[in-house]
Design a protein around this ligand. Sequence first.
Ligand code: GN1
Ligand code: MG
Length: 342
Amino acid sequence: MNTALEALKGFKLEGAIEKVAPFGSGHINDTYKVESTCGNYLLQKVNTKVFQNTETLENNLKLLEGLQSPVFAKHITTESGTCFLVDESGCWKLQEFVSNAYGPTTPSNLTLVEEVGKGFGMFTKATASLKAKAFDEAIPNFHSLKWRLEQLDEAIALNIANRKETAQSLIDQVNAFGWITDYFNRLVDRGLPIRVCHNDTKIDNILLSQGSDEFRHVIDLDTTGPGYVLSDFGDMMRTLLTPTKEAELDESKIEIREGYLEALKSGYLSSCAESLSPLEIENLEFGGLYMTYMQAIRFLADYVNGDTYYKISFTEENYIRARNQLTLLQLMHTQIFSGKAN
Ligand code: GN1
Ligand code: MG
């Protein structure tokens, strides 16, 4: 906590700090709620093993800030005018804590899902005027399925944690969905555009008003950069259609609830349909399969590697997460996509 207090000194904050306490449940960065005499803030310590290029983070966030859009929460700059502060203890950023707002963690009802869709749709619309080329990828190849598959192959070949055998049935399932890569490549060949994407549109990365569930802000902007609409719509499908959390122990609770995809799609398109091409709109549902597949591969590779990337709270957590993504993917395939591909 001392390092957090030290970092806070580098930001343009007027009041005296009263309290700093851990906040939220991200898998990568550490987040703190800061209470001060002139307001509350969210301080984030960026994981620099994952985000190795802090200059890229700075440039990308500046491009978003330039829009002055209410879609994003306001960042507090450092004494030298940057959004990120790099000191001996790491890389930090500070944003306003939005009062009377909350970050949903489970998609509890249809209205909430529609609102989340609307909010991320507002992100798509707000960023449509920006050139994707102006952004650099904060994590190179972040949403490249080809690269994610190569990483899994490498993890299996090295078998560092000696988990290849326990992972085998999941590896077989990944292989059985190999057609997803071909389907994606065909969409790219047909002209699927690269646009500015958030690249982490899971349910946790949005703020809604307490009580009314009205959209307030899109948060966790570090992965924003070039991408395909499949990533942003797909990650919402991955986290909004089933009531289960990623590490749900009871696999039988994973389901695609009736009406949820329609609510998500109608919320999303109500904000940004005019910013999307017909090819993008036609293929939104495939995004769910694409992102759920990629997330299964990422969790599985981390399990095989011995849990070096995602924070875990019990030994088999990455295995369970990968298993659950594959179960969800199977449901998406049969209930949403059957007849369209394969
Ligand atoms: C990570 O940091 P967090 O929890 O918002 C990850 C996402 C994954 C997600 C899975 C930089 O997001 O890509 O989809 O976990 N972020 C990074 O829950 O790897
Ligand atoms: Mg994130």
